[in-house]
Structures are given as C-alpha cells and as structure tokens.
Design a protein around this ligand. Structure first.
Ligand code: NDP
Length: 336
C-alpha cells in the first residue's frame, strides 16, 4: 500500500517515513518547499521510487491536499506548527485546525482508496494545568487552553496557544468524522504523544535549528544551561520518537485502533533524571543539580493509559536507551 505523510520532513515524520519504508509501504511525503526533498531522497535512496514528495505550500487553503491524496491507502497527518514563540493564538490555531480539516476534506472528495487517517494530536489536547495530581487518560480533554486562547487573544501565553491548537485540531477531526458518518471510506486514529525525545534523523542545518522538543533536551542535558531549580523541579512525561513512529505505523495495521485516541507516554521525568541517565553513558557531561533526589520528585499531570500495550502491543524504550542513543546521535552530528 501507499501512505501519505504530511509535514514529512519533521522530527517525528522522518522516523515514520523510515518505519513505513522498512515495513514495505510506499510513501508520498508532503513538504512546503521543494528544497526539503533532497536530503530525504538521499537518506532513503535505497528505496528508489517507493518514496516520492509533493509540495503543498499552504495547508490552510481549501483543496490543498486534493492531488496529494489521490491513490493513497492511508494518511499520517503531522504538518502543524510546534513552537512556543507565537504572538497570537491564531498563528497556531489556524494552520492546525484548517490543515486538519483540509486533509480530511480532500480525502473525502479525492481519496477513494483511503481506509485510515492517523492524526498526530498531542497530550496537550488531553491534560489541563489545573489539576496537577490527576492521572489523565484518553477520556480527558484540555479545554483550559481553548478558553485561555479565546479570552486572552494576543496576550495568551504561547504554551496555551500551542496547546489550544492541538486540542481544537483534534476536535475538528472527530467532528468531521461524526458529521460525515456513513459517507467515509476511512476511520481515524488520534495519537497523543507527550514530549518526544530520541535520535534526530531529519535535516538539521545547525544545532540551533533543532526541533522544539529535542532543542530543550540538548540545552538542558548536553549544554547544561538550566539552573538547579529547573533541573530538580521542571519536567513532564516523555516518550521515545521511535515508539511514537511505531505507534503511527501500527495504527494503520491494527483494526482495533480505529476511532480511538491513543496516548503515548513512557513515564515521567525531571530534567535532572535525564542528566543522571546521560552521565551513566558519558560521565564528562555536566553534573547538574547534585542535591537532587529522584525518590523525592513530585511528578505532575501524569498519564495513565495502557492502550499502546493493549491495542498496539508496543513496548517503550527506556530512559537509558533514549539517553544513550540521543547522545550517540548528537556525537555523529558533531554537536557535542
Ligand atoms: P517538527 O517541527 O520537526 O515538524 C513539524 C512539521 O510540520 C514540519 O514538516 C513543518 O514543516 C510542518 N509545519 C509546521 N508548521 C506548518 C504550517 N503552518 N503549515 C504547514 N506545515 C507546517 O515537529 P515534530 O516532528 O516534533 O511535530 C510533528 C507533530 O507532532 C506536530 O503535529 C506536533 O504538534 C506533534 N507533537 C510533537 C511532540 C514533540 O514533543 N515533538 C509532542 C506531541 C505532539 P516546515 O519544515 O516546512 O516548517
């Protein structure tokens, strides 16, 4: 079969492209500008014409994906802004929501063979910064960020603008399938990863152009720029990029994933935990906060889903493996 991957040059996407090709699929990737294809053509040269690219310059335009969806059996939709620099929530919300609507609409009208569409949502569409002790599951929705974006407009904190964009985009997808009930050849799966870390195989022209999640890992763990308080008290939940990619690929193959949200979380961390894991591999890295006691760390907004295991049968990489492979990857790039 052939799979369309939108935003195919991104951090998570390139891993998905790789796993799809390894599993025997043909892949059509969308990119915003033609110059983004060369690196990937070279990386995957051994797959020859099983990999092709199409340029979709503006995913918010109606019909943007009409050509791209023709002849594909499934879609992985990842193209969406992920950064914390927006000056207005609309900068995030419009491409996220419109892009999601457009891919679904194009698939409805021009994707006769499409059987499943995987939407890359986020844990940002699940948890709220209100009840920190709660264990969140796929039954939960982040309505807080949507309210923040609506009420605060240009004064909305960028983190909520991003989180609102993910919530509203995923809601748009579920609304679309409900409204077109009975007319669709496909169902959808919404994948909700927490912070994604692990080796980068996309094109990164210099270390300051790393994708958002790996930029923070690099700065806090390798460069050692965080202060003691941040290292001991700031963190979240994490998952390895290869497990997120495997989730996307398996979600196309496992019937029971259809119409489900699937949280991706391997566990919780404070930044100092990553330093401890990384220093087991390279003791020369900066020691960080030497008074940190992992036993005393209080983890907030935890995720309690077992769907990765129960529906998809995927086991997570460990923190040690992700730290080891990320450091080796940075070394190959000459970044440390
Ligand atoms: P990257 O920034 O590496 O990739 C983002 C991709 O989306 C790129 O191909 C980018 O294209 C494209 N894109 C960004 N903005 C737009 C836009 N306005 N219009 C069209 N395309 C756009 O990020 P990730 O791989 O980390 O993220 C991929 C998806 O995973 C996103 O939907 C993100 O929300 C989600 N996610 C990521 C997590 C993480 O920790 N990394 C956690 C949870 C969810 P270009 O290169 O041209 O800018």
């Amino acid at each position: 079969g052939k799979v369309l991957v939108t935003g195919s040059n991104g951090y998570i996407s390139v891993w998905i492209v790789r796993l799809l090709l390894e599993a025997g699929f043909s892949v059509r990737g969308t990119i915003r500008t033609p110059d983004k294809a060369a690196y990937l053509q070279k990386l995957f040269a051994s797959y020859g014409d099983k990999l092709e690219f199409v340029v979709v310059k503006d995913i918010t335009l109606p019909g943007a994906f009409d050509e791209a969806v023709k002849g594909v059996d499934a879609i992985e939709h990842l193209a969406s802004p992920f950064h914390m620099k927006s000056s207005h929530p609309d900068d995030m919300i419009i491409p996220a929501v419109q892009g999601t609507h457009t891919i679904l609409q194009s698939a409805l009208q021009h994707g006769k063979n499409v059987k499943r569409i995987v939407i890359t949502s986020s844990s940002a569409s699940v948890d709220e910064f209100l009840d920190y002790a709660k264990i969140y599951t796929e039954d939960d929705w982040n309505n807080q960020s949507v309210r923040e974006a609506k009420e605060k407009g240009k004064d909305c904190p960028p983190v909520h603008s991003y989180r609102a964009s993910k919530t509203l985009a995923e809601k748009e997808a579920w609304k679309f399938v409900e409204e077109h009930n009975g007319q669709l050849t496909f169902d959808i799966v919404a994948i909700c990863p927490v912070y994604v870390y692990g080796p980068v195989i996309q094109e990164v022209k210099s270390v300051d152009a790393l994708n958002t999640s790996m930029a923070s890992w690099y700065n806090n763990v390798v460069k050692g720029t965080a202060d003691d308080d941040t290292l001991a008290n700031v963190g979240g939940s994490w998952v390895d990029v290869r497990d997120v990619a495997a989730t996307h690929v398996k979600s196309l193959m496992v019937e029971g994933a259809g119409n489900k949200r699937i949280l991706n979380s391997a566990g919780e961390y404070k930044w100092q935990d990553w330093i401890l894991a990384a220093r087991k591999i390279d003791p020369k890295l900066s020691a960080g906060n030497t008074s940190y006691d992992p036993e005393k760390a209080v983890h907030l907004n935890r995720f309690g889903s077992t769907r990765m295991h129960d529906i998809l049968g995927i086991a997570y990489h460990t923190e040690e493996e992700t730290a080891r492979d990320s450091l080796a990857n940075f070394r190959e790039h000459g970044w440390y």
